[in-house]
Design a protein around this ligand. Structure first.
Ligand SMILES: NC(=O)c1ccc[n+]([C@@H]2O[C@H](COP(=O)([O-])OP(=O)(O)OC[C@H]3O[C@@H](n4cnc5c(N)ncnc54)[C@H](OP(=O)(O)O)[C@@H]3O)[C@@H](O)[C@H]2O)c1
Length: 338
C-alpha cells in the first residue's frame, strides 16, 4: 500500500435490493462507515427489527401514502438497503470535534428514517439521537428503548398526559403500545389497554387497570370516557375514536393514513378533540432519560425474541406476522456480555 492509499474496511450488514418479503434480506459485506468530524462510530451489539423495517422492506404503508413514501424509499430499488432504525452498542471511534463521547462508551441510538442499524457499525451525530447507557442497564435491554419508548414518549409529551387522566392505548402489546401504557401509568394516568386475550396479562403487568379484548368488545362502546386515545393499530381513526374521547381530549395518531394525516394537519382540533399525527424528534436527552428510568426499574423492557444476526430473515418473518409483543432484536455484536 502506498502512503496515500487508505484501506477501505468492510463489515457485515443485512441488506435488501428489491422490495418484497423477508427472503429479500441477506447478509453481505459492505463498506464500513467512517465517522465525520461531528459523528460517533458505534459497534452495534443489538438492533431492533421493527414494523418500520417491515413497512419499508415490503412497501406496506397506510392507505394513500404509497406515492409520497415511495418517493422517500426509492421507486425501483431501495434507497436504504440496510434497514434498522435503532441500536445499542459500544463507541468504536469518535470524530475530531466530538467531546461528549469516547471509545468504549456504551450507548443507545436512533437513526430513524436514515436506517442502517442492521450492520456491525453505524455512525450517528454526536449531538443527535444518542445517549450513554447507565452501568446497571444491559445493552440488550437498552436496545428496547428508542423505537417503542422514544415514539410513545414524544406523543405523550406532545399531548401533555397528566395525573388522573384516563388514557386508552389501542395496540397495547406492541412496541409503541407497551411503552405508552407504561409511560402513561408512570405519569399518573389510569390506563386501559386494547389487546387480544393472549396478551391481556402482559398488558395488565405493565400497569393497565383495564383491558379490552378487541375480539370481544369495541372500546368506543363505553362512550366518551377517555382524555387521550393512543392509536397504535390503524383501525381507530378520528371517525371511530371520537366516540370514546371527552371534549378537550386528544387522539394520538401514531399510525394513520393519508386522510387522517391531512385531516389532522389541516384541522388539528375537530369536535373539541386535538388530533396529533406528528411529533418532534426523539433527542439524545430523551433516550438518556428513558435509559436511566429503565435502569432504575421505573419502566421495563418488553422483549419478545432475540435472533442471531445470521437468522435476521427469521426475525423479519416473525415481525411480518404482526403478532410480536414489544420489541424483537437481532444480536449483532461479538461481545454480548458487555
Ligand atoms: N408515527 C411514528 O413516528 C411511528 C413510530 C413508530 C411506529 N409507528 C407505527 O405505529 C404502529 C405500532 O407500531 P409497533 O411497533 O407498536 O407495532 P408492533 O409491535 O408490530 O405491533 C404488534 C402488536 O399489535 C397488536 N395488534 C394487532 N392487531 C391488533 C388490534 N386489532 N387491536 C389491538 N392490538 C392489535 C398485536 O397483538 P395481538 O397479537 O394480541 O393482536 C401485537 O402485539 C405501526 O403501525 C407503526 O408503523 C409510528
Amino acid at each position: 500500500m502506498t502512503i496515500n492509499e487508505t484501506r477501505t474496511e468492510t463489515m457485515r450488514a443485512a441488506a435488501f435490493h428489491r422490495f418484497g418479503g423477508p427472503q429479500e434480506v441477506a447478509l453481505e459485506r459492505v463498506t464500513r462507515p467512517v465517522p465525520a468530524s461531528h459523528e460517533v462510530l458505534v459497534r452495534v451489539h443489538y438492533a431492533s427489527v421493527s414494523i418500520a423495517d417491515h413497512r419499508v422492506r415490503a412497501r406496506d404503508v397506510p392507505r394513500g401514502l404509497k406515492l409520497p413514501v415511495t418517493a422517500a424509499l426509492g421507486w425501483r430499488t431501495p434507497k436504504h438497503p440496510v434497514l434498522g432504525m435503532d441500536a445499542s452498542g459500544v463507541v468504536e471511534q469518535v470524530g475530531a470535534d466530538v467531546t461528549d463521547f469516547a471509545p468504549g462508551d456504551r450507548v443507545v441510538l436512533l437513526r430513524g428514517a436514515r436506517f442502517g442499524c442492521h450492520a456491525e457499525f453505524v455512525t450517528v451525530r454526536a449531538a443527535g439521537s444518542i445517549a450513554r447507557i447507565p452501568d446497571e442497564l444491559s445493552l440488550q435491554d437498552a436496545a428496547t428503548v428508542p423505537f417503542g419508548f422514544g415514539t410513545a414518549r414524544t406523543f405523550l409529551d406532545t399531548a401533555g398526559v397528566a395525573p388522573g387522566q384516563k388514557v386508552l392505548v389501542n395496540g397495547a402489546s406492541g412496541a409503541v403500545g407497551s411503552a405508552a401504557v407504561q409511560l402513561a401509568v408512570r405519569a399518573g394516568a389510569i390506563v386501559t389497554g386494547v389487546t387480544s386475550a393472549r396478551n391481556a396479562e402482559i398488558v395488565r403487568g405493565l400497569g393497565a387497570t383495564d383491558v379490552v379484548d378487541y375480539a370481544r368488545a369495541d372500546f368506543t362502546d363505553a362512550g366518551p370516557v377517555y382524555d387521550i386515545v393512543v392509536e397504535c393499530v390503524g383501525n381507530a381513526p378520528y371517525a371511530r375514536s371520537r366516540r370514546a374521547i371527552v371534549p378537550g381530549g386528544a387522539l394520538l395518531l401514531v399510525i394513520t393514513d393519508l386522510v387522517g394525516m391531512t385531516g389532522a394537519k389541516l384541522r388539528p382540533v375537530r369536535g373539541g378533540i386535538r388530533r396529533i399525527e406528528s411529533v418532534g424528534v426523539i433527542t439524545g436527552a430523551m433516550l438518556g432519560d428513558l435509559a436511566a428510568r429503565m435502569a432504575a426499574g421505573e419502566i421495563q423492557p418488553v422483549l419478545d425474541r432475540v435472533f442471531e444476526f445470521d437468522d435476521i430473515r427469521a426475525a423479519h418473518e416473525y415481525v411480518d406476522t404482526g403478532r410480536k409483543r414489544g420489541t424483537v432484536l437481532v444480536r449483532i455484536g461479538q461481545s454480548p456480555s458487555v
